[in-house]
Design a binder for this molecule. Structure first.
Ligand code: PBG
Length: 318
């Protein structure tokens, strides 16, 4: 009889035959920066995660560096929002300032800019509104401006999350024509219209004031469409592909990993974080163990990179 239990006898052998490993080097830690001064505000639905103004952010970033986390992803909360989200391409906007500040003060951090408009528009949608819907091509024009402004500020990588058609080709062209041909793009290639983003929208003040995002983000029921979205992004020149959210979409992650020879990222989103925090606070689950199990499941499904609000906690445990 073949007895698989032979290789589970004790931790020495289990360690030797373990197929996947979490490393702090896999993590990208999302950071919320808010315009203003003296701000360090915990997000109610994301215990342990704060919005910071730049004058308050050093301790947080020092911890990230000390824990060996290589990279952060910036989300900005501007003071002024308008219909087009024009603060997003202001060279002195909050994220541009943050990039310059962080690259100067913590040069070892790899700084990623999320490229989208929902944090900057007064209606909370991810682009320019025409007839009660986001206009794809007008949004692409603004996406060029935002991308170039983030690149000029010194971002190491750009991550467009708006799910506009043609966004990767548009950014690639704009970057190449303006001296940024070495700027990598991590595409939120497969981003579902998910209720798991709820806490993030509190964090970034980006809840749509009307309607929802189903005319641009994907239907959670669809798999073949994910293959198509990804094939387009690969063709348009994406350097890294992302699946978002992570947990309910590990099947998609695995499939894309098998299909493409690009690095894959999984975004362990705000609602996934909040659920663990809430259940652990009630004493219903062991929060740390569930977190690590969840993160390793993303590796097993094929993630090379994991964006997670748990990065600091996980770094302390692995
Ligand atoms: C912006 C953006 C969102 C997230 C990342 N970038 C929100 C959204 O699409 O509503 C969600 C992240 C999270 O829930 O952790 N487009």
């Amino acid at each position: 009889m073949f007895r698989p239990r032979r290789l589970r006898k004790n931790s020495a052998i289990r360690d030797m035959v373990r197929e996947n490993h979490l490393s702090v080097k896999d993590f990208i830690y999302p950071v919320f920066v808010e315009e203003g001064e003296g701000i360090k505000k915990e997000i109610a639905s994301m215990p342990g995660i704060f919005r910071y103004s730049l004058d308050q952010i050093d301790q947080e970033l020092q911890e990230v560096v000390d824990l060996g986390i290589p990279s952060i992803m910036l989300f900005g909360i501007p003071k002024n929002k308008d219909a087009e989200g024009s603060e997003s391409w202001n060279d002195e906007g909050i994220v541009q300032q943050a990039i310059k500040y962080i690259k100067n003060k913590f040069p070892q951090l790899y700084v990623i800019a999320d490229v989208c408009f929902c944090e900057y528009t007064d209606h909370g949608h991810c682009g320019v509104i025409v007839n009660q819907d986001v206009d794809n091509d007008l949004t692409l024009t603004n996406l060029e401006k935002q991308s170039l402004s983030m690149a000029k500020a010194g971002a190491d990588l750009l991550a467009p999350s708006g799910m506009m058609d043609g966004m990767i080709a548009t950014m690639r062209d704009a970057l190449d024509l303006n001296g940024h041909s070495n700027m990598p793009i991590m595409s939120y290639a497969v981003k579902y219209a998910s209720a798991f983003y709820g806490p993030f929208r509190d964090a970034a003040d980006s809840t749509p004031s009307f309607g929802d995002r189903r005319t641009y983000q994907m239907d959670p029921a669809n798999r073949i469409e994910a293959l198509k979205e990804t094939a387009l992004d690969v063709e348009e020149g994406a350097d890294i592909l992302m699946v978002k959210p992570a947990l309910s979409y590990l099947d998609i992650l695995r499939e894309l990993k098998d299909l493409h020879d690009l690095p894959m990222a999984a975004y362990n989103v705000s609602g996934e974080y909040a659920m663990i925090k809430a259940a652990a606070e009630k004493g219903w689950i062991d929060g740390e163990k569930v977190m690590l199990e969840k993160l390793i499941s993303m590796k097993r499904a094929g993630a090379d990179i994991i964006l997670t609000y748990h990065a600091k906690e996980a770094a302390r445990l692995i």
